[in-house]
Design a protein around this ligand. Structure first.
Ligand code: ATP
Length: 295
């Protein structure tokens, strides 16, 4: 009987998620394998962000019985940028999912400005964090709608300004339908770079104090990549930014870099310090430099 109810339960969860104003569809799909549902504590207060310092304190996390994080601790000071790197499968994206509270740690705590994220409403938590995901899912609707989705009640001027800041206004303006052009499965197909710009424009509209940038695994062509990186860099100024990085070349400017290995922080520091240390980071850097040369 439980199996019969499970799809209904799932639908309810999706519906609530939409109502809660969760702004990213990709993120919403990630919810579908989330279990059990995370419920706000009774009378949970809203999160109050004042700067946006993020602390992971001895966080342990397993999917089923596979332990992915084995006591992860780090402090990301308000307004700074911290990048997480490490081998594939190390648990980098999982850190983002925990911060957004798709999952809860088995032990340890995550704090934003001193408030345990498990004790505040999920709604207020998610309203404070903007995600630029690996792969942006677009609605079968106009490109203008897809951007406006970043903030309820956004007007056309707001959408155009966000598109300009995300450097996609030029592209949209030369489409014959302009901002009304239909995109998605049944409309215009956007390239990976264009979809990322839509995600960036949404995030600019949302204007969150904390940013979570989950870098795409595959690189875009180098000119597009450089342009997107410079847009991301400018929106992360004055915001607390957590970058889940796959390519080290995109994070050399970060205030801190954490190398995640076997569920723990294996190395920690700035780019030059980590290179000089000659450890995992330096090896990854050399490997990726060789790959870049071969391309
Ligand atoms: P990549 O660099 O390849 O994107 P990552 O470091 O971001 O990897 P995660 O996506 O955090 O890694 O995944 C960490 C580990 O947890 C992987 O081995 C993955 O297979 C596993 N995993 C991820 N999501 C789930 C899930 N929903 N259920 C079970 N295992 C999962």
């Amino acid at each position: 009987l439980m199996q019969l109810f499970r799809p209904l339960d799932l639908l309810g969860m999706v519906y609530r998620t939409i109502r809660q104003g969760l702004i990213d569809m990709g993120a919403m799909f990630a919810l579908l394998d989330r279990q059990p549902e995370i419920i706000d504590p009774d009378c949970a207060p809203n999160l109050h962000v004042n700067g946006g310092e993020v602390i992971f304190d001895n966080v342990r996390f397993s999917y089923d019985d596979r332990e992915i994080l084995k006591g992860l601790s780090f402090t990301l000071p308000a307004g700074q940028t911290l990048a997480i790197v490490g081998p594939s499968g190390a648990g980098k994206s999982t850190i983002g999912r925990l911060l957004f509270r798709f999952y809860e740690p088995q032990s340890g705590h995550i704090y934003i400005d001193g408030q345990d994220i498990a004790s505040v409403t999920q709604n207020s938590l998610r309203a404070s964090i903007g995600i630029v995901p690996q792969d942006t899912v677009l609605f079968n609707d106009s490109i203008g709608y897809n951007i406006a989705y970043g903030r309820e009640g956004a007007g056309h001027d707001d959408v155009v300004n966000a598109a300009k800041a995300a450097a996609i206004d030029g592209f949209i303006s030369q489409l014959s339908g302009g901002y009304e052009t239909q995109v998605g499965e049944r409309g215009l197909k956007l390239s990976g770079g264009e979809k990322q710009r839509v995600a960036i424009a949404r995030t600019i509209l949302k204007n969150p104090p904390i940013l979570l940038l989950d870098e795409a695994t595959s690189a875009l062509d180098s000119k597009t990549e450089a342009q997107i990186q410079s847009t991301l860099k400018s929106i992360s100024e004055r915001r607390t930014t957590l970058i889940i990085a796959h390519r080290l070349s995109t994070i050399t400017h970060a205030d801190q870099i954490i190398v995640l290995d076997k569920g723990k922080v294996a190395e920690h520091g700035k780019h030059h310090k980590l290179l000089a240390a000659g450890g995992i980071y330096a090896k990854l850097w050399q490997q990726q430099a060789q790959d870049r040369e071969q391309q």
